[in-house]
Design a protein around this ligand. Structure first.
Ligand SMILES: [Zn+2]
Length: 156
């Protein structure tokens, strides 16, 4: 299923409405993912597939319950993160991370390690790219406005 213009796909139909919401809540992140898809398409002739957009904090807690006792606050709970399938893109990981981390300087919601994108593996959930981004000047508006992250958009 095509989420945006060409070469960017969502994994299954439950993610399509989440992508539409993300375009509203975090257009800058959508734009980065679209640019990534264009880059991956033109440089490596491959597709970019989105595997996760919104995840509630409680879902996140259960994913990490066997990994750490510390509570990990997820950017997926505030429409500030997106996961990309890495299978088939193994050779392109360093280039893709370099491309994405060029956005670090305008990112108000970087990972703990200070990055926009990381490649990581959660036990039981496989390796993937995690991209998190909130445009600096949009952040205050986001806090005061919509997107409290409490609404679930699908059964997942
Ligand atoms: Zn993620």
């Amino acid at each position: 299923m095509i989420a945006g213009p060409a070469m960017l796909y969502v994994k299954d139909k439950d993610l399509q409405p989440q992508y539409v919401k993300l375009q509203h809540f975090n257009p800058a992140l959508c734009s980065i993912v679209q640019k990534l898809a264009d880059y991956v398409s033109s440089s490596f002739n491959k597709d970019v597939i989105v595997t996760c957009i919104y995840r509630s904090q409680s879902e996140n807690d259960s994913i990490y319950k066997n990994v750490t006792k510390k509570k990990k606050i997820t950017a997926h709970g505030v429409w500030a993160a997106i996961d990309i399938r890495s299978h088939g893109l193994e050779d392109n990981i360093p280039d893709m991370l370099k491309f994405l981390n060029a956005y670090n300087s305008t990112n108000a919601n970087k990972t703990k390690s200070g990055q926009t994108a990381i490649f990581h593996e959660i036990v039981g959930h496989g390796p993937h790219f995690h991209i998190q981004y909130q445009k600096k000047e949009v952040h205050a508006h986001f806090k005061n406005g919509h997107g409290d992250g409490s609404k679930k958009s699908s059964g997942k």
